[in-house]
Design a protein around this ligand. Structure first.
Ligand SMILES: [Zn+2]
Length: 235
């Protein structure tokens, strides 16, 4: 089953130091992909909205996708937001809260230079624009390697920072690098999140709101026949 949650990383063109070019979707390609979705009759919802709908209906809404971005890069504002606005498309951004306002290599691939993250002011402004902010932990540590107290600290710190900035309940979560185990999953639920995402794979069969896979959109999907093929399985 194709996940209606689309996973993007960076909306930008890769710089020469970049090792994992696949994580870069050029802005023009992103615009074309949104045009295809809109033309094909898809609506756009946030992760939190999808979770709320699922709780009521026992399934996700038909012909609806949730665009998500991991890591909270500045390009989400510079390049993605104007295109999202053009298509009236909602989106959810998962922030690494210790990185807010910084240019760091904490979450770039090995050997890549530092890259700029969204700032606190950006998050406030984009919230007013209808963007939902979820947690991607405070320092992007892989949860299956932490003890419960460390996991709780990562979850609570990031959730508090986000709620303080957005003045909204922070309900959505994405596991750093997609890694989790049963203990981490329970901590995420106990921390008050309503929906949590892995990267691509999930263990379960039916949808489990705390280990949802996503449909990863990569640089090669700038070739629109590939993108169309990727979303062809959406109901
Ligand atoms: Zn990440």
């Amino acid at each position: 089953m194709t996940s209606p949650f689309l996973l993007y990383h960076k909306i930008d063109r890769p710089t020469p130091d970049v090792k994992i070019r696949g994580a870069f979707t050029p802005p023009k390609a992103f615009a074309r992909q949104l045009a295809i979705l809109a033309k094909s009759g898809f609506s756009f919802a946030t992760a939190g909205e999808m979770a709320a709908y699922f709780r009521q209906a026992g399934e996700f809404p038909k012909r609806t996708v949730a665009i998500t971005f991991d890591d909270g890069w500045k390009d989400n504002l510079t390049f993605a937001l104007p295109i999202l606005r053009e298509y009236n498309a909602k989106a959810t951004i998962f922030l690494v809260t210790s990185c807010l306002g910084k240019t760091t290599d904490l979450v770039t691939a090995d050997g890549e230079g530092p890259r700029q993250h969204l700032s606190a002011d950006d998050v406030r402004a984009m919230t007013a624009d209808g963007i939902e902010f979820g947690s991607h932990t405070h320092t992007h540590r892989h949860l299956h390697k932490l003890d419960p107290a460390e996991t709780r600290d990562e979850l609570k710190t990031s959730k508090d920072v986000i709620e303080d900035l957005t003045q909204k309940e922070c309900v959505s979560f994405a596991y750093p690098a997609g890694f989790f185990d049963q203990a981490a999953k329970e901590e995420v639920q106990n921390a008050g999140f309503k929906i949590a995402f892995t990267t691509v794979y999930s263990h379960g069969n039916g949808p489990d709101l705390f280990e949802l896979p996503r449909t990863e959109i990569l640089r090669r999907d700038r070739f629109l026949f590939r993108f169309r093929r990727k979303i062809a399985g959406l109901s």
